[in-house]
Design a protein around this ligand. Structure first.
Ligand code: ATP
Length: 349
């Protein structure tokens, strides 16, 4: 189907280095899918394989249902946006945007019209006669996006497109990229190592680790149902607390710091596991109760709209976020730490 991207058991080796273990992806037309993961996990390699900038060691790649495994980058209907923008400094903004069309032999007048339309799409109408150096970093990246979309690609590939922008601008440009992608109904594959960015722009996220997929799903899937401790820690913040699953079924019985608790969730297996406790789900109070645990506040940071606590407990350090009201706890306070059973998850140890 037009705009779909599939890979079937694609691998990539650089000499002895396995950059990608057998990877099978299925990206639906019109969706933005992000490859997310720590440095060196194989994200960029995957993107470059889709672009045709690398050739697969094994497996097949299909774009729009067509097998492009052996098709060079020039003939694949994809456009790539790079981290570095890669604009030609001596060409005007409009010439940069129209460059790919000129190379394809499109008549000048049409190139000009399309470049103008492209600049309008990214909110840079009227900037065509400037040089790239006369634009801000965010504007330059929008020019790079315009240059990619005027080619009317079947798939837009974005490799860490926001890395060279400062934090505030990053948020602004990522919203623009997402809106353009949705408005044009483009299929997009987006690479980042920033989980917040991934959650903000994606229909689906493919988390990669050690050259393979660790988990794939919507941002909600990954946050609410992490498959393992790595995902729980990587997608959002999480406290991971050791425990023992003693009984599993519709309800799970656990032993946590010597206390036996029942949780209204299904666990995988009996034995050692980890409790995933999000910082904003940690409940702090002064009063002991059967399902609460003693902890000491080792650090309290007031951030205006929240208070962040670091606590020491028998289960190790715990990170908590609480509203600033009622009166925050102070450093050195002995507190009771609890959670609502429905807020936590269990993952394999
Ligand atoms: P980053 O976020 O740092 O860009 P990444 O997840 O995009 O990382 P890749 O660039 O895909 O990771 O690299 C995956 C692995 O393949 C790494 O171990 C890397 O060193 C290796 N690799 C990538 N390109 C080459 C190459 N041309 N020659 C040799 N090894 C390579």
């Amino acid at each position: 189907m037009k705009g779909s991207v599939r890979s079937q058991n694609v691998t990539k080796k650089f000499g002895e280095v396995v950059a990608l273990k057998p990877l099978s992806l299925d990206i639906a037309p019109g969706t933005l899918v992000t490859l997310l993961g720590p440095s060196g996990c194989g994200k960029t390699t995957t993107l470059r394989l889709i672009a045709g900038l690398e050739s697969a060691s094994e497996g097949r790649i299909l774009i729009g249902g067509e097998d492009v495994t052996h098709l060079s980058a020039t003939y694949r209907r994809v456009s790539m946006v790079f981290q570095s923008y890669a604009l030609f400094p001596h060409m005007t903004v409009a010439e940069n945007v129209g460059y790919g069309l000129s190379v394809k032999g499109m008549p000048r007048a049409e190139v000009k019209a399309r470049a103008e339309a492209g600049l309008e799409t990214v909110g840079l109408k009227g900037f065509g006669t400037r040089l790239p150096s006369e634009l801000s970093g965010g504007q330059q990246q929008r020019v790079a996006v315009a240059r990619a979309i005027v080619l009317e690609p079947e798939v837009l590939l974005l490799d860490e497109p926001l890395s060279n922008l400062d934090a505030k601008l990053r948020r602004h440009v990522r919203e623009e990229i997402r809106q353009i992608q949705q408005r044009l109904g483009l299929t997009a594959v987006y690479v980042t190592h920033d989980q917040e960015e991934a959650m903000a722009v994606s229909d689906r996220i493919i988390v990669m680790k050690n050259a393979e997929v660790a988990q794939e799903g919507t941002p909600h899937d990954l946050y609410d149902r992490p498959a393992n401790a790595f995902i729980a820690d990587f997608i959002g913040d999480a406290n991971l607390i050791d425990l023992e699953v003693t009984q599993s079924g519709a309800e799970t019985e656990i032993v946590l710091q010597g206390r036996r608790l029942r949780l209204p969730l299904q666990s995988a297996a009996i034995g050692p596991a980890k409790l995933v406790l999000r910082p904003h789900h940690v409940r702090l109070s002064h009063d002991p109760a059967p399902q609460r645990f003693a902890a000491e506040v080792t650090y309290a940071a007031w951030l205006g709209n929240s208070v962040q606590y670091t606590l020491s407990s028998d289960g190790g350090p715990i990170f908590a976020i609480a509203p600033p009201q009622p009166l925050p706890f102070r450093q050195g306070d002995n507190v009771q730490l609890g959670f609502a059973p429905e807020d936590v998850r269990l993952v394999p140890a």
